[in-house]
Every structure is written in structure tokens, then in C-alpha cells.
Design a protein around this ligand. Structure first.
Ligand code: DC
Length: 225
């Protein structure tokens, strides 16, 4: 018998989680949820209102009065905040530099986790982030921890930025990714960790297709238990 499952994909910054999660969701006809985009959406709104990113209480209040909608789009996922499409803006260097600070706060995370669980309720999902297998969907049937060397991740992001017409130095990207990994792994609330029952995939020497195929095979096995 084939069952509908939940798939959690976690891992460090720029490991290719979103690309793979989106491909897997499309293949299975599941909902794709990019939780990083939700933290980015809050960081973007906070920055536009000059809210101090160290003030957890204010950020939590801001999130309470914010509507974040994720819609499927050809580019991945459109992110609509309070009715405005901010899909491009949330990928800016400024948001990237501040998002980990926003994601540190317990009150913010509790609300985000609640929203994320609601989005996943009663449907097949592929959700990617940092704490999906450990905190958001601890009973997910398939958990993946996707990683790659920092050099490889920076190089992939460099190529991606080039295609989008954004000039960045490889060294700056390496430093930014390493710093985000450090902040995300060292925070007190739900730090980036591989769940004990997650399958580790090191994608450093793998193509996107190879990773997607491996995850599809694992998903098939879990669906046909
Ligand atoms: O996946 P991303 O790079 O777009 O995520 C942006 C940041 O959001 C990441 O550096 C940490 C935070 N994040 C988080 O704390 N928990 C998640 N589930 C997803 C992202």
C-alpha cells in the first residue's frame, strides 16, 4: 500500500536544499514549503521598519501581525507578505546578512513552527530548513540532512548569482555562508542539527539529478512500507 508522507530536508546554508525540495515535491505532487523564506520574509519586514533584530519581543509582535503566503511559481516559490510579492527582495544581501539574527529568538521560532505545522497538516509535503526533522516535523517519514563543503556551496551560489546578474566575490560568499552556519548551529533554540534518524547526503561531488534521484528512491521506499 502506498501512503502520503512528509519529507524534511535540513542542512547548512546554500547546500541546494530548496532546488532539490522543489524538484521532489513536483515529482510527487506534494506541497513544497521553504521555511527559510518565511524567516527571510520577517527579516525583510523588520529591516524595512527599522526594527532592531536583537529585540525578540518586537519581532514576535511583528510576526503576529504579518501574513506570509507561499505560492508555487516557476522560479521556485513566490513569497507574499501582507499581499505584496517580496520574492526577490528577501534574497538581498541585506536580508541574508540579518536573517540568522532574526531566527535566533524563541518567540519568533515558536510562532514560525506553529505556522509551518499548519501548512503541513493533512497533506504530502517536502519542507526544507534547519530544524524541520528535529523540531517542526519530528515524525516525518523521511528526513534528509543535506550538506556540501563550504567551498562547493560558495561556488554554486557564485554561479547562481552570476546568472541573476549579481556580482559577488567568492571569498565574501564563503565568509557569509560560514558565518550563517556558525550562527544557525550555535543558537540556543532549535540549532541546526542532523536528526538522529536523518539520512546524511553529502552533495559535494554529486549532480542535482543524482541527489534528486537518491531522495526519490528513499521516498518511494517510505511510501510503500
Ligand atoms: O534556507 P535559507 O538560507 O533561505 O534560510 C535563511 C535563514 O533562516 C537561515 O540562515 C536560518 C534561518 N532558518 C531557520 O532558522 N530555520 C529554518 N527552518 C529555516 C531557516
Amino acid at each position: 500500500m502506498s501512503i502520503v508522507i512528509k519529507i524534511a530536508i535540513d542542512g547548512p546554508a546554500a547546500a541546494g536544499k530548496s532546488t532539490i525540495a522543489k524538484m521532489t515535491a513536483e515529482k510527487l505532487g506534494y506541497t513544497y514549503i521553504d521555511t527559510g523564506a518565511m524567516y527571510r520574509a520577517l527579516a525583510h519586514k523588520a529591516l524595512s521598519r527599522n526594527i532592531d533584530t536583537t529585540n525578540g519581543e518586537e519581532l514576535k509582535n511583528l510576526l503576529q501581525e504579518t501574513e506570509i503566503v507561499l505560492l508555487p511559481s516557476t522560479a521556485g516559490q513566490a513569497v507574499i507578505v501582507d499581499g505584496i510579492d517580496v520574492s526577490e527582495e528577501i534574497r538581498s544581501q541585506q536580508v541574508t546578512a540579518h536573517v540568522s539574527a532574526v531566527a535566533i529568538h524563541q518567540g519568533v521560532r515558536e510562532l514560525m513552527v506553529e505556522k509551518q505545522r499548519q501548512l503541513a497538516e493533512g497533506t504530502g509535503v517536502v519542507m526544507d530548513g534547519r530544524d524541520i526533522g528535529t523540531a517542526v516535523l519530528p515524525t516525518a517519514e523521511l528526513k534528509i540532512f543535506m550538506t556540501a563543503s563550504v567551498e562547493e556551496r560558495a561556488s554554486r551560489r557564485h554561479i547562481e548569482n552570476d546568472k541573476r546578474g549579481i556580482t559577488t566575490s567568492l571569498d565574501d560568499l564563503k565568509a557569509e555562508i560560514s558565518e550563517r552556519d556558525r550562527a544557525d548551529s550555535e543558537r540556543e533554540v532549535s540549532p541546526l542539527r542532523q536528526a538522529t534518524d536523518a539520512v546524511l547526503i553529502d552533495t559535494t561531488a554529486m549532480s542535482i539529478e543524482e541527489v534528486a534521484n537518491q531522495i526519490s528512491e528513499l521516498a518511494e521506499k517510505r511510501m510503500n512500507l
